[in-house]
Ligand binder design. Structure first.
Ligand code: SF4
Length: 381
Protein backbone atom coordinates (compact mmCIF):
# COMPACT_ATOMS: atom_id res chain seq x y z
CA UNK A 1 0.00 0.00 0.00
CA UNK A 2 1.33 3.43 -0.92
CA UNK A 3 -1.30 6.03 -0.07
CA UNK A 4 -3.03 6.83 3.18
CA UNK A 5 -6.53 6.02 1.86
CA UNK A 6 -5.46 2.43 1.39
CA UNK A 7 -4.71 2.17 5.10
CA UNK A 8 -8.30 3.27 5.79
CA UNK A 9 -10.02 0.95 3.33
CA UNK A 10 -13.24 -0.23 4.96
CA UNK A 11 -13.51 -3.49 2.98
CA UNK A 12 -9.98 -4.47 3.83
CA UNK A 13 -10.58 -3.57 7.48
CA UNK A 14 -13.65 -5.84 7.49
CA UNK A 15 -11.57 -8.69 6.09
CA UNK A 16 -8.86 -8.23 8.73
CA UNK A 17 -11.58 -8.01 11.42
CA UNK A 18 -13.04 -11.28 10.14
CA UNK A 19 -9.60 -12.89 10.28
CA UNK A 20 -9.13 -11.73 13.90
CA UNK A 21 -12.56 -13.09 14.83
CA UNK A 22 -11.84 -16.38 13.11
CA UNK A 23 -8.39 -16.84 14.63
CA UNK A 24 -9.09 -15.59 18.18
CA UNK A 25 -9.73 -18.67 20.30
CA UNK A 26 -13.20 -18.23 21.89
CA UNK A 27 -11.91 -20.07 24.95
CA UNK A 28 -9.32 -17.45 25.82
CA UNK A 29 -9.07 -13.70 26.39
CA UNK A 30 -6.53 -11.52 24.62
CA UNK A 31 -5.68 -8.34 26.57
CA UNK A 32 -3.49 -6.10 24.43
CA UNK A 33 -1.94 -2.84 25.62
CA UNK A 34 -1.25 -0.06 23.16
CA UNK A 35 1.53 1.95 24.73
CA UNK A 36 1.39 5.03 22.54
CA UNK A 37 -1.16 7.84 22.89
CA UNK A 38 -1.24 8.16 19.10
CA UNK A 39 -2.52 4.60 18.91
CA UNK A 40 -5.11 5.30 21.63
CA UNK A 41 -6.33 8.26 19.61
CA UNK A 42 -6.56 6.19 16.39
CA UNK A 43 -8.28 3.27 18.16
CA UNK A 44 -10.98 5.63 19.51
CA UNK A 45 -11.26 7.74 16.37
CA UNK A 46 -11.76 4.82 13.99
CA UNK A 47 -13.84 2.69 16.37
CA UNK A 48 -11.34 -0.15 16.17
CA UNK A 49 -12.58 -1.76 19.40
CA UNK A 50 -15.99 -2.15 17.74
CA UNK A 51 -14.35 -4.28 15.04
CA UNK A 52 -12.78 -6.69 17.52
CA UNK A 53 -14.45 -9.76 19.01
CA UNK A 54 -15.38 -9.39 22.70
CA UNK A 55 -12.50 -11.56 23.87
CA UNK A 56 -9.91 -9.24 22.25
CA UNK A 57 -9.67 -6.08 24.35
CA UNK A 58 -7.42 -3.05 24.28
CA UNK A 59 -5.82 -1.54 27.37
CA UNK A 60 -4.63 2.03 27.07
CA UNK A 61 -1.07 2.62 28.29
CA UNK A 62 1.04 5.58 29.44
CA UNK A 63 2.24 6.80 26.05
CA UNK A 64 1.01 10.38 26.12
CA UNK A 65 3.94 12.68 26.97
CA UNK A 66 1.71 15.44 28.36
CA UNK A 67 -0.13 12.94 30.58
CA UNK A 68 2.89 11.32 32.22
CA UNK A 69 4.56 14.56 33.35
CA UNK A 70 3.95 14.85 37.10
CA UNK A 71 2.48 17.98 38.65
CA UNK A 72 5.78 18.82 40.38
CA UNK A 73 7.61 19.22 37.05
CA UNK A 74 4.80 21.38 35.67
CA UNK A 75 5.03 23.52 38.80
CA UNK A 76 8.73 24.04 38.09
CA UNK A 77 7.81 25.36 34.62
CA UNK A 78 5.17 27.68 36.10
CA UNK A 79 7.71 28.93 38.65
CA UNK A 80 10.12 29.69 35.81
CA UNK A 81 7.47 31.42 33.73
CA UNK A 82 6.60 33.73 36.63
CA UNK A 83 10.11 35.23 36.61
CA UNK A 84 9.91 38.65 34.95
CA UNK A 85 13.08 38.10 32.90
CA UNK A 86 11.84 34.79 31.43
CA UNK A 87 9.96 33.96 28.24
CA UNK A 88 8.78 30.36 28.55
CA UNK A 89 8.23 28.54 25.24
CA UNK A 90 5.98 25.51 25.43
CA UNK A 91 3.89 23.13 23.35
CA UNK A 92 0.24 24.24 23.36
CA UNK A 93 -1.03 21.09 25.09
CA UNK A 94 0.94 21.88 28.22
CA UNK A 95 -0.86 25.20 28.68
CA UNK A 96 -4.04 23.70 30.11
CA UNK A 97 -2.65 20.90 32.28
CA UNK A 98 -3.64 21.59 35.90
CA UNK A 99 -0.75 22.14 38.28
CA UNK A 100 -0.76 22.49 42.05
CA UNK A 101 -3.94 24.16 43.40
CA UNK A 102 -5.49 24.11 39.90
CA UNK A 103 -2.94 26.58 38.55
CA UNK A 104 -1.77 26.14 34.96
CA UNK A 105 0.50 27.81 32.45
CA UNK A 106 -2.64 29.30 30.90
CA UNK A 107 -3.57 30.95 34.21
CA UNK A 108 0.03 32.11 34.70
CA UNK A 109 -0.10 33.71 31.23
CA UNK A 110 -3.40 35.39 32.09
CA UNK A 111 -1.67 36.68 35.22
CA UNK A 112 1.05 38.35 33.14
CA UNK A 113 3.70 35.66 32.63
CA UNK A 114 5.32 35.78 29.17
CA UNK A 115 4.52 32.30 27.86
CA UNK A 116 4.61 31.54 24.15
CA UNK A 117 3.22 28.49 22.40
CA UNK A 118 5.66 26.93 19.94
CA UNK A 119 5.65 23.93 17.60
CA UNK A 120 9.18 22.90 18.49
CA UNK A 121 12.61 23.78 19.80
CA UNK A 122 13.50 25.66 16.60
CA UNK A 123 10.75 28.19 17.29
CA UNK A 124 12.10 28.69 20.81
CA UNK A 125 15.59 29.34 19.42
CA UNK A 126 14.11 31.97 17.12
CA UNK A 127 12.35 33.66 20.05
CA UNK A 128 15.71 33.75 21.87
CA UNK A 129 17.45 35.37 18.91
CA UNK A 130 14.66 37.94 18.59
CA UNK A 131 14.73 38.82 22.30
CA UNK A 132 18.39 39.22 23.29
CA UNK A 133 17.46 41.09 26.46
CA UNK A 134 15.29 38.29 27.84
CA UNK A 135 15.90 34.74 29.09
CA UNK A 136 14.13 32.27 26.79
CA UNK A 137 13.44 28.79 28.21
CA UNK A 138 12.18 25.90 26.12
CA UNK A 139 9.94 23.58 28.18
CA UNK A 140 10.97 20.30 26.55
CA UNK A 141 8.73 17.27 27.02
CA UNK A 142 8.24 14.01 25.18
CA UNK A 143 9.58 10.57 24.52
CA UNK A 144 12.50 9.55 22.31
CA UNK A 145 10.68 11.07 19.34
CA UNK A 146 11.20 14.69 20.38
CA UNK A 147 14.49 14.35 22.27
CA UNK A 148 16.60 14.62 19.05
CA UNK A 149 15.04 17.97 18.10
CA UNK A 150 15.75 19.32 21.59
CA UNK A 151 19.32 18.05 21.22
CA UNK A 152 19.63 19.92 17.91
CA UNK A 153 18.51 23.14 19.60
CA UNK A 154 21.08 22.74 22.37
CA UNK A 155 23.89 22.07 19.90
CA UNK A 156 22.83 25.09 17.82
CA UNK A 157 22.56 27.35 20.88
CA UNK A 158 26.03 26.28 21.98
CA UNK A 159 27.55 26.79 18.52
CA UNK A 160 25.92 30.22 18.21
CA UNK A 161 26.92 31.18 21.75
CA UNK A 162 23.26 32.01 22.39
CA UNK A 163 23.48 32.72 26.11
CA UNK A 164 19.88 33.81 26.66
CA UNK A 165 18.50 30.37 25.69
CA UNK A 166 18.08 27.33 27.92
CA UNK A 167 16.11 24.09 28.03
CA UNK A 168 14.01 22.70 30.88
CA UNK A 169 14.43 19.05 29.91
CA UNK A 170 11.71 16.50 30.69
CA UNK A 171 12.35 13.83 28.08
CA UNK A 172 11.37 10.33 29.18
CA UNK A 173 12.21 6.88 27.85
CA UNK A 174 9.74 4.33 26.56
CA UNK A 175 11.45 1.02 27.47
CA UNK A 176 11.66 2.13 31.12
CA UNK A 177 7.91 2.77 31.17
CA UNK A 178 7.12 -0.60 29.60
CA UNK A 179 9.28 -2.23 32.26
CA UNK A 180 7.46 -0.27 34.99
CA UNK A 181 4.12 -1.48 33.64
CA UNK A 182 5.30 -5.09 33.59
CA UNK A 183 6.75 -4.79 37.11
CA UNK A 184 3.73 -2.92 38.51
CA UNK A 185 1.82 -4.74 41.27
CA UNK A 186 -1.36 -4.71 39.18
CA UNK A 187 0.31 -6.61 36.35
CA UNK A 188 2.92 -8.75 38.10
CA UNK A 189 1.77 -9.44 41.65
CA UNK A 190 -1.99 -9.13 41.90
CA UNK A 191 -2.81 -9.82 38.28
CA UNK A 192 -5.65 -7.31 38.40
CA UNK A 193 -4.42 -5.90 35.09
CA UNK A 194 -3.76 -8.47 32.47
CA UNK A 195 -1.43 -7.59 29.61
CA UNK A 196 -0.91 -10.44 27.17
CA UNK A 197 0.91 -8.43 24.52
CA UNK A 198 1.87 -4.93 23.42
CA UNK A 199 1.20 -2.81 20.37
CA UNK A 200 4.62 -1.15 20.26
CA UNK A 201 4.91 2.60 19.66
CA UNK A 202 5.52 3.60 16.06
CA UNK A 203 7.02 7.07 16.21
CA UNK A 204 9.36 6.32 19.12
CA UNK A 205 10.54 3.21 17.30
CA UNK A 206 11.56 5.19 14.23
CA UNK A 207 14.28 6.60 16.53
CA UNK A 208 15.17 3.73 18.86
CA UNK A 209 14.30 0.85 16.52
CA UNK A 210 12.55 -2.35 17.56
CA UNK A 211 15.56 -4.01 19.22
CA UNK A 212 15.05 -2.39 22.69
CA UNK A 213 11.78 -4.36 23.09
CA UNK A 214 13.39 -7.74 22.55
CA UNK A 215 14.25 -8.17 26.24
CA UNK A 216 10.57 -7.72 27.20
CA UNK A 217 9.47 -10.37 24.76
CA UNK A 218 12.20 -12.70 26.01
CA UNK A 219 12.25 -12.02 29.78
CA UNK A 220 8.56 -11.21 30.41
CA UNK A 221 7.12 -13.55 27.76
CA UNK A 222 5.01 -10.81 26.15
CA UNK A 223 4.83 -10.49 22.34
CA UNK A 224 5.23 -6.99 20.90
CA UNK A 225 4.20 -5.77 17.46
CA UNK A 226 5.48 -2.30 16.51
CA UNK A 227 2.60 -0.66 14.68
CA UNK A 228 1.80 2.25 12.40
CA UNK A 229 -1.03 4.63 13.18
CA UNK A 230 -3.59 4.07 10.45
CA UNK A 231 -6.59 1.88 11.26
CA UNK A 232 -5.41 -0.99 9.07
CA UNK A 233 -1.95 -0.82 10.65
CA UNK A 234 -3.50 -1.33 14.06
CA UNK A 235 -5.91 -4.04 12.91
CA UNK A 236 -3.06 -5.93 11.28
CA UNK A 237 -0.95 -5.56 14.43
CA UNK A 238 -3.78 -7.01 16.54
CA UNK A 239 -3.99 -9.96 14.15
CA UNK A 240 -0.21 -10.47 14.39
CA UNK A 241 -0.44 -10.46 18.21
CA UNK A 242 -3.35 -12.93 18.20
CA UNK A 243 -1.33 -15.22 15.95
CA UNK A 244 1.74 -14.99 18.21
CA UNK A 245 -0.33 -15.74 21.30
CA UNK A 246 -2.10 -18.64 19.60
CA UNK A 247 1.23 -20.08 18.59
CA UNK A 248 2.80 -19.59 22.03
CA UNK A 249 5.37 -17.23 20.52
CA UNK A 250 6.76 -14.14 22.29
CA UNK A 251 8.66 -12.14 19.71
CA UNK A 252 9.10 -8.58 18.54
CA UNK A 253 7.50 -8.15 15.14
CA UNK A 254 7.50 -5.02 13.05
CA UNK A 255 4.25 -4.17 11.29
CA UNK A 256 5.48 -0.59 10.69
CA UNK A 257 8.45 -1.63 8.56
CA UNK A 258 7.85 1.23 6.14
CA UNK A 259 9.23 3.55 8.86
CA UNK A 260 10.87 1.41 11.56
CA UNK A 261 13.99 -0.73 11.40
CA UNK A 262 15.48 -2.99 14.05
CA UNK A 263 18.25 -0.51 14.93
CA UNK A 264 16.44 2.79 14.43
CA UNK A 265 17.94 6.12 13.45
CA UNK A 266 21.63 6.05 14.33
CA UNK A 267 22.20 9.75 13.67
CA UNK A 268 19.38 10.79 15.99
CA UNK A 269 20.57 8.37 18.67
CA UNK A 270 24.14 9.76 18.44
CA UNK A 271 22.86 13.32 18.74
CA UNK A 272 20.81 12.48 21.83
CA UNK A 273 23.77 10.61 23.31
CA UNK A 274 26.01 13.64 22.76
CA UNK A 275 23.71 16.08 24.54
CA UNK A 276 21.90 13.99 27.16
CA UNK A 277 22.69 11.41 29.79
CA UNK A 278 20.41 9.26 31.95
CA UNK A 279 18.85 10.76 35.06
CA UNK A 280 19.26 8.57 38.12
CA UNK A 281 15.51 8.69 38.65
CA UNK A 282 12.46 10.53 37.40
CA UNK A 283 8.89 10.59 38.66
CA UNK A 284 6.19 9.69 36.15
CA UNK A 285 2.56 10.46 36.76
CA UNK A 286 0.88 7.14 37.46
CA UNK A 287 4.01 5.01 37.34
CA UNK A 288 5.93 6.50 40.27
CA UNK A 289 9.67 7.12 40.38
CA UNK A 290 11.56 5.00 37.85
CA UNK A 291 15.37 4.79 37.77
CA UNK A 292 17.16 5.61 34.51
CA UNK A 293 13.87 6.52 32.85
CA UNK A 294 14.56 10.09 31.69
CA UNK A 295 17.24 12.28 30.19
CA UNK A 296 19.19 15.17 31.67
CA UNK A 297 21.49 17.63 29.93
CA UNK A 298 25.17 16.71 30.02
CA UNK A 299 27.78 18.85 31.77
CA UNK A 300 29.15 20.05 28.40
CA UNK A 301 25.83 21.84 27.80
CA UNK A 302 25.27 22.89 31.44
CA UNK A 303 25.18 26.59 30.49
CA UNK A 304 21.97 25.89 28.54
CA UNK A 305 20.33 23.78 31.26
CA UNK A 306 17.45 25.75 32.83
CA UNK A 307 17.41 23.53 35.92
CA UNK A 308 21.01 24.46 36.71
CA UNK A 309 20.72 28.07 35.62
CA UNK A 310 17.86 28.73 38.07
CA UNK A 311 18.68 25.98 40.57
CA UNK A 312 15.20 24.52 40.19
CA UNK A 313 14.28 21.83 42.70
CA UNK A 314 11.66 19.16 42.17
CA UNK A 315 8.95 18.89 44.84
CA UNK A 316 6.53 15.97 44.39
CA UNK A 317 2.84 16.93 44.41
CA UNK A 318 -0.03 14.48 44.84
CA UNK A 319 -2.65 14.27 42.08
CA UNK A 320 -6.15 15.63 42.63
CA UNK A 321 -7.91 12.98 44.75
CA UNK A 322 -10.95 12.87 42.46
CA UNK A 323 -8.78 12.13 39.43
CA UNK A 324 -8.03 8.60 38.20
CA UNK A 325 -5.30 9.60 35.73
CA UNK A 326 -2.67 7.58 37.62
CA UNK A 327 -4.67 4.34 37.36
CA UNK A 328 -5.57 5.06 33.73
CA UNK A 329 -1.91 5.55 32.84
CA UNK A 330 -1.10 2.15 34.41
CA UNK A 331 -3.95 0.48 32.51
CA UNK A 332 -5.75 -0.26 35.79
CA UNK A 333 -8.81 1.85 34.87
CA UNK A 334 -10.52 3.15 31.75
CA UNK A 335 -11.65 6.77 31.41
CA UNK A 336 -15.29 5.94 32.06
CA UNK A 337 -14.27 4.46 35.42
CA UNK A 338 -13.39 7.97 36.64
CA UNK A 339 -16.29 9.43 38.60
CA UNK A 340 -15.83 12.91 37.14
CA UNK A 341 -15.27 11.95 33.47
CA UNK A 342 -17.42 14.15 31.23
CA UNK A 343 -18.98 15.99 34.18
CA UNK A 344 -16.52 17.95 36.31
CA UNK A 345 -13.72 16.97 33.90
CA UNK A 346 -14.02 17.84 30.21
CA UNK A 347 -11.53 19.01 27.56
CA UNK A 348 -12.71 22.60 28.21
CA UNK A 349 -12.20 22.22 31.96
CA UNK A 350 -9.69 19.42 32.53
CA UNK A 351 -9.13 18.19 36.07
CA UNK A 352 -6.36 15.80 35.08
CA UNK A 353 -3.70 15.54 32.40
CA UNK A 354 -5.37 12.67 30.48
CA UNK A 355 -8.17 15.02 29.40
CA UNK A 356 -5.85 17.65 27.91
CA UNK A 357 -3.81 16.30 25.02
CA UNK A 358 -5.68 14.57 22.16
CA UNK A 359 -3.32 11.65 22.83
CA UNK A 360 -4.62 11.31 26.38
CA UNK A 361 -7.06 8.43 26.94
CA UNK A 362 -9.75 10.61 28.54
CA UNK A 363 -9.63 13.18 25.74
CA UNK A 364 -9.78 10.41 23.09
CA UNK A 365 -12.75 8.81 24.85
CA UNK A 366 -14.47 12.14 25.26
CA UNK A 367 -14.04 13.00 21.59
CA UNK A 368 -14.87 9.64 20.07
CA UNK A 369 -16.10 7.07 22.54
CA UNK A 370 -17.77 8.64 25.49
CA UNK A 371 -21.11 6.93 24.90
CA UNK A 372 -19.60 3.52 24.21
CA UNK A 373 -19.96 2.07 27.71
CA UNK A 374 -22.88 4.20 28.86
CA UNK A 375 -25.51 1.41 29.15
CA UNK A 376 -23.11 -0.74 31.14
CA UNK A 377 -22.22 2.24 33.31
CA UNK A 378 -25.88 3.00 33.95
CA UNK A 379 -26.47 -0.62 34.98
CA UNK A 380 -23.55 -0.78 37.36
CA UNK A 381 -23.66 2.83 38.59
S1 SF4 B 1 -11.70 12.13 33.58
FE1 SF4 B 1 -10.35 13.81 34.13
S2 SF4 B 1 -9.96 13.56 36.29
FE2 SF4 B 1 -10.79 11.61 35.54
S3 SF4 B 1 -9.00 10.40 35.02
FE3 SF4 B 1 -9.61 11.48 33.17
S4 SF4 B 1 -8.39 13.37 33.20
FE4 SF4 B 1 -8.26 12.49 35.26
Amino acid sequence: MRYVDEYRDGDLASRVAAAIAAEADPGRHYALMEFCGGHTHAICRYGIEDLLPPNVTMIHGPGCPVCVLPIGRLDMAIELAMRPEVILCTYGDMMRVPGRDRTSLMKAKAGGADIRMVYGSGDALRVARENPGREVVFFAIGFETTAPTTAVALVQAASMGLRNFSVFANHVLTPSAIQAILDSPEVSATGTVRVDGFIGPGHVSTIIGSAPYERFARDYRRPIVVSGFEPLDIMQSVLMLVRQLNGGRCEVENQFNRAVSRDGNGKAQALVERVFELRDSFEWRGLGTIPDSALQIREEFADWDAERRWQLRYVPVADNRACSCAQILRGAKKPLDCAIFGTACTPENPMGSCMVSPEGSCAAYYLYGRWRDTPQRAKTG
